[in-house]
Design a binder for this molecule. Structure first.
Ligand code: SF4
Ligand code: SF4
Length: 249
């Protein structure tokens, strides 16, 4: 069985804001920060499996973890994985954060909930330390994202507004088929459990637990294989999800 291409690791599921397009505000699972020993074990196992890309974020704002930038530096300095993180950039970053992020990239998830002054200061500091920044926004925020990108001179991209497996209203069409997420990505929650995908905000579908199993065993387990080889409509959690299919843009 092919290894996943991407590791998504949630160092924390806490968030500083409540975006309209995100079900984080309805999260019922416990909120916390990943233990450093678990973090290092996850990163090593992913690297040993040959995973090429790491997104150190899942269900939360990563800079709510005070050790976040040091953890990004750990990934960059101990593995060959490329690292790209997502943040609303509404929490003030320190120079050491920008230094630690050198070698990674930052996607600024645009939202009207994040402090706009702090966001601009953060982007300018990241640029000063040669950390590439791209702004991502859903269509509702296109004009604001354009304005910000012009002001700070970085590119922006408009993204689809998915329904988070039926949790958020969305006009995007549903198409049945094999989803692109499950076969490509392994998602580790802050407590060491492995969830189905980044849209599974509450960890409703747990594929295994790294507190007691290896990443390889979870990836090759019956449950994980089922989700990545069956069409969306064949399992309850995904049957109304309008995320893209394998191969779609
Ligand atoms: S999109 Fe990100 S910043 Fe916004 S509520 Fe969700 S986790 Fe928080
Ligand atoms: S169909 Fe949606 S919920 Fe299911 S694995 Fe894909 S992205 Fe996740």
């Amino acid at each position: 069985m092919d290894a996943p291409e991407v590791l998504q690791i949630e160092t924390t599921n806490r968030c500083n804001i409540a975006c309209s397009f995100c079900p984080h505000k309805n999260m019922t699972r416990e909120q916390g920060v990943m233990e450093q020993a678990m973090f290092e074990s996850v990163v090593k196992q992913a690297s040993d499996m040959g995973i090429a890309t790491c997104y150190p974020i899942l269900g939360g704002e990563p800079f709510m973890d005070k050790d976040y930038s040091a953890r990004v530096k750990h990934i960059l300095s101990t593995t060959d994985m490329s690292v790209c993180t997502y943040s609303n950039l509404g929490i003030p970053l320190k120079k050491t954060d920008a230094e630690n992020l050198q070698g990674s990239g930052v996607v600024c998830s645009f939202t009207d909930q994040a402090n706009p002054v702090t966001r601009i200061k953060n982007i300018e500091m990241l640029k000063m330390f040669h950390v590439p920044v791209v702004i991502h926004a859903i269509e509702d925020y296109q004009a604001h994202a354009y304005e910000l990108s012009y002001r700070v001179n970085v590119t922006y991209k408009i993204c689809g507004k998915y329904n988070w497996a039926g949790q958020i209203p969305s006009d995007m069409p549903f198409r049945d088929g094999i989803c692109m997420r499950a076969p490509q990505t392994i998602c580790v929650l802050w407590d060491g459990r492995v969830s189905l995908c980044c849209l599974d905000m509450d960890g409703d579908v747990i594929l295994g637990d790294l507190n007691t199993q290896s990443m390889g065993d979870i990836w090759e387990g019956e449950k994980a294989i089922y989700y990545r080889t069956h069409t969306k409509s064949s399992h309850a959690f995904c049957k109304s999800c309008n995320m893209q299919l394998l191969g779609e843009e």
